[in-house]
Design a binder for this molecule. Structure first.
Ligand code: SF4
Length: 450
């Protein structure tokens, strides 16, 4: 919240009744300002004060969702300029554009790539989420045919692109339940498009004539009409200007709390170049700064996969490592004679080690200890992968009931804990496994229970 405790205090009833859980209104105001209390904890705040405080506490960049179901994309809600300040929150949605003048073979190819191009990485499925359907003819019949074709063929969330209200209206009649993004309200059609957004309860994008200044009257107009879920396209199509707009909009929303620019943005590399490689580079730039929707001309594996990885990395909380759950993971139907390995719960380590075990085709038990997401060496150095902690975990996880032997393979990088671990697990023989995951196959092939 941008207000100080004293400013908030002036809006409270000042009766010091204590029903909010603290003895005075001033203490409650201080807690509110610090984000340690919720406004509805005070039952006596006036409607007027509620309105002011709610507006003050609203996120500086409005979060909103496009689509429904598995492919719904939530964008906006960001609170920092730079990822290292805290974290970026909602990854940008990736879309491919399909136009009414494209032939069936081209459209079918894009749809089948949309369905096929899905990648599993650290336990997550990485994939694009949207199609941007563009009306190039102003013909409602052609546009609705395209909308129907894509809607029936896949579950993608949709961006409907037409500046003609009658064409947009026809398309919304088919897919408004899928909550598509209406693109776009311009200076010429803002009133009509705004009304369509209100009637259909769908989010709406504004399109400026080039530059962030050009969208301010449009977002102000839509806000006056009572619309909140707004996306900004400044209309800039040169990389320099489009990039500059992104930075200015983010800065105005976060640092200046300038409400007319406090909305997520849509960027269109597809309309900035005909060169697929350059388009991918522009998309990568907007993933980093600060596109909330990125519209490309197509999905191709060589461009999509790196963009999905970049998005994953940038939108992973830098202060919270990705983790696997602590526990026993059976790999390849292990039995009572199968090897037992232990490792940390840093997600990447888990997926690399489990992948190597799977690749070895030797059924095994993989015990994953909670190291708060630290890798083996770091966890060992931080005292979170010690003989004592691993010993306690092995004793409590129940692996002893699953195998006849008592051999425990520890990572080669954690060889230093073997002595302490032997003391913790006197019934077990501690074996030092390979340092590198790539050596797991050859190690397991030579392993015999002792
Ligand atoms: S419940 Fe409201 S009126 Fe009562 S002390 Fe808390 S802030 Fe003041």
């Amino acid at each position: 919240m941008g207000m100080t405790g004293i400013q908030i205090f002036k809006l409270l009833p000042k009766t010091n009744c204590g029903e909010c859980g603290v003895p005075t209104c001033l203490a409650f105001a201080m807690n509110l300002a610090a984000g340690k209390a919720e406004l509805d904890q005070c039952p006596y705040v006036s409607e007027e004060a509620k309105e002011i405080l709610a507006a003050e506490s609203a996120p500086p960049i409005r979060p909103l969702t496009i689509g429904v179901g598995d492919y719904a994309v939530t964008i906006g809600g960001e609170t920092v300029m730079f990822r290292h300040e805290k974290t970026f929150i909602n990854p940008p949605g990736l879309a491919a554009i399909v136009t009414t003048d494209e032939d069936d073979a081209s459209i079918d190819g894009k749809i089948s790539r949309f369905k096929e191009l899905q990648y599993e990485r650290v336990g997550l499925i990485l994939r694009p989420e949207l199609f941007a359907l563009k009306d190039t003819s102003g013909d409602a019949g052609k546009f609705t045919a395209l909308v129907n074709k894509v809607k029936d063929a896949c579950e993608a969330s949709l961006i409907l692109m037409s500046e003609k209200p009658d064409v947009m209206k026809a398309a919304l009649e088919i897919v408004k339940d899928k909550k598509p993004l209406i693109y776009a309200a311009t200076e010429e059609n803002v009133e009509d498009m705004g009304n369509l957004a209100k009637e259909s309860e769908c989010p709406i994008a504004v399109k400026g004539s080039g530059g962030f200044e050009s969208v301010i009257p449009l977002t102000e107009k839509l806000t006056e009409m009572g619309l909140k879920d707004i996306v900004i396209d400044t209309g800039s199509r040169t990389p320099y200007k489009a990039f500059e707009d992104q930075v200015i909009i983010r800065k105005a929303a976060l640092q200046d709390r300038f409400r007319p620019l406090g909305f997520p943005t849509i960027t269109l590399p597809a309309e900035m170049t005909d060169d697929p490689m350059y388009e991918t580079l522009l998309s990568a730039m907007f993933v980093a700064k600060y596109g909330a929707l990125i519209v490309m001309s197509d999905f191709q594996p060589e461009s999509l996969f790196p963009l999905l990885l970049e998005r994953l990395n940038i939108y992973t909380d830098p202060q919270r490592p990705m983790t696997a759950e602590e526990g026993i993971y059976p790999i390849g139907n292990p039995d009572e004679n199968s090897p037992v390995l232990v490792t940390c719960n840093f997600s990447l380590t888990y997926f690399i080690v489990s992948g190597e075990i799977e690749g070895s085709r030797i059924p095994s038990w993989l015990c994953v200890a909670d190291t708060e997401g630290l890798s083996v060496l770091t966890a060992w150095a931080a005292g979170k992968f010690t003989g004592e902690s691993v010993g306690t975990f092995i004793n409590k996880c129940g692996i002893a009931d699953k195998v006849k032997h008592k051999n425990l393979i520890i990572p080669g990088y954690a060889a230093a804990i073997s002595g302490e671990l032997e003391e913790e697990l006197p019934d077990w023989k501690i074996l030092i496994g390979p340092r590198e995951a790539s050596q797991i196959t050859s190690y397991l092939k030579n392993w015999k229970p002792e």
